[in-house]
Ligand binder design. Sequence first.
Ligand code: UT7
Length: 331
Amino acid sequence: MNNKIGVKILGTGSYVPEKVLTNFDLEKMVETSDEWITTRTGIRERRIISEGQTSSDLAYNASLKAIENAKISVNDIDLILVATVTPDMPLPATACFLQQKLQAFNSAAFDISAACTGFIYGVATAKAFIESGIYKTVLVVGVEALSRVTDWTDRNTCVLFGDGAGAMVFQASETDNDILSVYLGADGNHTALLDIPAGGTANPASHETVDKKMHAIKMAGKDVFKIAVTKMAESAEKAMKIAGKTDKDIELYIPHQANLRIIDAVAKKAGINKDKVYINVHKYGNMSAATTIVALDEARQEGRISKGGLVELVAFGGGLTWGGCILRIGL
Ligand code: UT7
């Protein structure tokens, strides 16, 4: 008999750089105020990578903690997935830099580019590889060093982002199935709403691209806001339906942490109990692919998730991409 392979979550970890940049610091850099940033976004401070540090360094620190929590050896890992839009370099994959730092040489390694939904795309990819029997133990990392691609003279964007990393270890299981559902979506009609225009084949790096700050994040905030609310609420509902669960089954909701107003609007639209929504956007700002997994790891460590509790992640980002998943956290 062919038993279906299940996926067990073995461990989580997270890491944020030490340097804190507050709204008051930003007041000295651009024409803004703590009051504007707090009321429009909920963000009070964010973490900034130090000089010489790279995304793979952040990923390494988060991964070490996840691997320790999972009680496995680095040699057990047979696939490393790194979700990021701020790789160490365009080539090679940040997953390869991470593999070298971890000395996890029994693994395949590649990156996933799905912006803020990257970690959920990573969960879906790990699930597919494990259930198909191709890999047994998968490390998924969401990491960003957005401060490196921020235009620090643009007040529309520079107050929003932060740096950090989170990691999760998944393993094939005959008895457990901790990924109850995944739902992914994308709409390439809106690529221009949120992008880093230069550095790829469309606009290779040149003096002009540098002068025009085309290597920094551009965002049409208002348009993104509206679609984010609709698509995150839809993702929450779809992931719930696929899992056959309702609001009362979910112990904690972890939405992408981009803006407190978006989180509130999503909760209202999707009929989510606000008391069950985890929030850390005030401490870290928008860390793109790292937000949901850093929040999940912190929630676990704060005792916000009971053993076997169900957590729903939902996210939305550049692409546009969106998605949701329901995970059982038995840690
Ligand atoms: O992670 C991927 C998804 N990303 C998101 O979900 C982000 C989505 N968007 C947002 O969170 C919000 O749209 C923002 C926080 C980016 C902006 O908030 P908003 O309420 O949409 O403000 P706005 O863009 O309409 O700007 C209102 C005003 C403008 O001034 P005028 O034109 O009305 O005179 C801006 O120039 O606020 C001004 N403004 C600022 N003022 C002080 C924009 N940024 C700032 C700032 N400080 N940092």
